[in-house]
Design a protein around this ligand. Structure first.
Ligand SMILES: Nc1ncnc2c1ncn2[C@@H]1O[C@H](COP(=O)(O)OP(=O)(O)OP(=O)(O)O)[C@@H](O)[C@H]1O
Ligand SMILES: [Mg+2]
Length: 349
């Protein structure tokens, strides 16, 4: 059973200048599952809806449609339900500078969730837990760090405090929204390794939101690819990165820096056409969201593609893989056959 599951999430924002009938659909029919002990990476370009999904999963935002299940149970409404959810599902944000209050000590930041979620603890037990938490995120000596204010800490140390705070109430799910993108490159890996160790030690279900495909592949068991509010591809990390099936994932993989690759991308697949097929009006008409950028667009892409199971735990929302289920009966597209698999060496992120 999944620790946290979402089915058919939809989130729309009404924006000034847009008619009420055409809100911005930030998240569209997103379903996912997070399992204990597993890291799932959510990747996609800026504005694709990753943070909105995380906020909904953490119940910091309410979807317009869809359901959330925590340990198989529907999210309970009301304050008690919300508090239980917030105890079980914690989120670590991108910006360690903004997420800690500059007026309070580290001790205060860690003691607060303990008091909120474990009011029966005595002062001595709280102290013990705070020291243990700081130890776990390698902030030593714990006593000195606990007395420090955020401005006395480096970005990496602040993010360790944010992670310790997230773990204070012993959650089952950790949502990490670009947890290292604002940190110095030299310490990003340390923080990701720390998260990975904590995942293993606490059997956490982790959602790792990132733009970085190399670390997504290295640290995540599965990768979900998001484009304009939709999940367009999912599957085991190596498979998604080395053999991307959705044209958007192929472009993402092709754009990712790879030191072993010179010039053109080996990951794009040799059969990726260079010319685009013009199929106007598709996205507005509710068709494939990638239609206007897709190098393999076809007339049938004006219809919303189905989510196609590809075997091996993989899915892609793309007509290229759904020739047999095409309701319009149009001929199969040019790339219904799999491209040859690219090299399989694991990159060092
Ligand atoms: N509170 C809000 N009000 C209006 N629009 C919003 C709000 N929150 C998000 N959006 C819009 O929803 C879309 C998805 O935003 P979101 O922050 O989820 O994307 P993202 O994938 O996390 O992007 P990034 O990689 O830049 O963090 C964007 O177009 C964004 O402008
Ligand atoms: Mg975001």
């Amino acid at each position: 059973m999944s620790r946290l599951a979402a089915h058919g999430l939809v989130r729309e924002f009404r924006l000034p200048g847009r008619s009420r009938r055409h809100p911005l659909r930030a998240v569209s029919d997103v379903s996912l599952e997070l399992h204990a002990g597993e890291t799932v990476a959510l990747v996609g370009e800026s504005g694709s809806g990753k943070s909105t999904v995380a906020r909904i999963l953490a119940r910091l935002d309410t979807p317009d449609a869809g359901t959330i299940l925590l340990d198989g149970q529907p999210a309970t409404p009301g304050r008690r339900g919300l508090r239980h959810h917030h105890r079980q599902v914690q989120i670590v944000f991108q910006d360690p500078f903004a997420s800690l209050n500059p007026f309070h000590t580290v001790d205060h930041h860690l003691r607060r969730p303990l008091r909120l979620h474990h009011p029966a603890l005595g002062r001595a037990e709280e102290d013990e837990r705070i020291h243990h938490l700081l130890d776990r995120v390698n902030l030593v000596p714990a006593g000195r760090v606990a007395a420090a204010h955020p401005h006395e800490l480096s970005g990496g140390q602040r993010q360790r405090v944010a992670i310790a705070r997230a773990l204070a109430c012993r959650p089952g799910v950790l949502l990490a929204d670009e947890p290292v993108s604002m940190l110095d490159v030299s310490i990003r890996l340390e923080i990701l390794r720390l998260l990975d160790r904590l995942r293993a030690e606490d059997d956490l279900a982790v959602l790792y939101i990132t733009h970085d495909l190399a670390t997504a592949r290295h640290f995540a068991h599965r990768i979900l690819v998001m484009y304009r509010g939709e999940l367009v591809e999912s599957g085991p990390s190596d498979a998604v990165i080395l053999d991307p099936r959705h044209p958007y994932t192929r472009l993402l993989a092709a754009a990712a820096p790879d030191p072993r690759r010179r010039g053109t991308s080996a990951l794009a697949g040799p059969d990726l056409p260079v010319t685009r097929v013009e199929v106007p009006g598709g996205t507005d008409a509710g068709g494939c969201p990638f239609l206007d950028r897709c190098p393999q667009a076809m007339p049938r892409c004006r219809l919303r593609p189905p989510l196609v199971p590809l075997g091996g735990g993989r899915t892609a929302r793309c007509w290229l893989h759904a020739a047999d289920t095409d309701p319009a009966g149009s001929p199969p597209g040019p790339a219904t056959t799999r491209p040859p698999a690219p090299p399989t060496a694991r990159p060092d992120p």
